[in-house]
Write a protein that binds this ligand. Structure first.
Ligand code: XMP
Length: 316
């Protein structure tokens, strides 16, 4: 079951028609991050609109290692041109000095929707933004758990008034497992439809305290190591978090007041609830050594053992 529709094929037919009717003769844009939600929307949107849809990859400085080039080349291989927009400075400026988790999320949201998409809409003459909001994003935002970066109307915010364009959300009835089925039926390769989730605000959700360029570099390196080491688990999601608190450690026989990385590995179906994966000790030991060897400032690596709830999947 795909939302209220029975099969991925029926879902795709109906949504393609809806998108095409809504946009009419106009133009639309969408932002692709390479996650399964935005990848599915990109495929669906191009099926519905062809060259009336322009797709951008927003380089916000908060993505994983080499992500923009990898995602752009995957989609170019599928015949969909992607324009990479460098907006790193805007995002780091907006995040400067903010430590409160919800304020950080709000800063990322405003930078995406007001600044970056606002400019792209103005330059392209588009009237619509197509995006991959899913039901879990709406649920968590409306329940006041986390303000997901891509939820507006359900909070009483009119994107037309606030940002100057309309938002189309073809996946909003689906959860992650439903999106994966639709993405596979749209012809995306398994590396795209089975990709582990990655949040819209990116590595900013994995840094406790202020988000700085230096901290992003550290958590990006840790993320790369964790993703490589835990891919074999086939877990729902695995990630690294950089803590604010430092602890005393020793490296090269010298005392270091060093940083702490927390690793989370989750079993889940739809991200509403999740349990920590039961990782074997040797897996943890290899992972810890790799993180400590690769990142000089890190002296402690911990593993989260609490389920969601009360934990959440990301750190902020
Ligand atoms: P939490 O941390 O709330 O995450 O347990 C649930 C799932 O949602 C992803 N996530 C986001 N996805 N925008 C997104 O598109 C966001 O702002 C956002 N925050 C969290 C998270 O990675 C997990 O899969």
């Amino acid at each position: 079951m795909i939302g209220v529709l029975n099969t991925p094929g029926a879902f795709i037919r109906i949504k393609t028609r809806e998108i095409s009717e809504t946009v009419g003769d106009g133009l639309a844009i969408n932002a692709l991050s390479g996650g399964v939600d935005s990848s599915a929307v990109t495929m669906l949107g191009h099926r519905a609109l062809g060259n009336k849809l322009k797709t951008f990859f927003i380089e916000n400085g908060l993505m994983r290692q080499d992500e923009s080039q990898q995602v752009a080349s995957l989609f170019e291989g599928l015949g969909i041109p992607i324009e990479i927009v460098d907006a790193q400075e805007e995002f780091f400026n907006a995040l400067e000095g903010i430590i409160d988790p919800e304020e950080k999320r709000e800063a990322v949201t405003q930078t995406f929707y007001k600044k970056v998409f606002g400019n792209l809409v103005e330059e392209s003459g588009a009237k619509f933004l197509l995006q991959g909001t899913i039901l879990t994003d709406v649920d968590e935002t409306v329940a006041g758990i986390k303000r997901q970066h891509n939820v507006f109307e359900q909070l009483g915010i009119d994107p037309q008034k606030e940002f100057g364009y309309k938002i189309i959300e073809p996946l909003v009835q689906l959860r992650k497992d439903g999106v994966r089925k639709v993405a596979a039926a749209l012809g995306l390769p398994e590396s795209a439809y089975n990709r582990i989730p990655f949040p819209g605000p990116g590595l900013a959700t994995r840094i406790i305290g202020e988000v700085t360029f230096e901290k992003v570099e550290i958590v990006r390196k840790a993320t790369e190591i964790v993703e490589e080491a835990l891919e074999f688990t086939n877990a729902f999601q695995y990630l690294a978090i950089l803590h604010e608190d430092k602890v005393t450690g020793m490296k090269n026989n010298k005392r270091v007041f060093g940083q702490q990385i927390e690793v989370r590995c989750w079993e889940s179906v739809d991200a509403r609830t999740a349990q920590p994966t039961n990782l074997q000790q040797w897996v943890k030991q290899i992972l810890v050594k790799e993180v400590i060897d690769a990142i000089p400032s890190v002296v402690s690596v911990t593993f989260n053992e609490a389920p969601k709830p009360p934990s959440t999947i990301e750190a902020i």
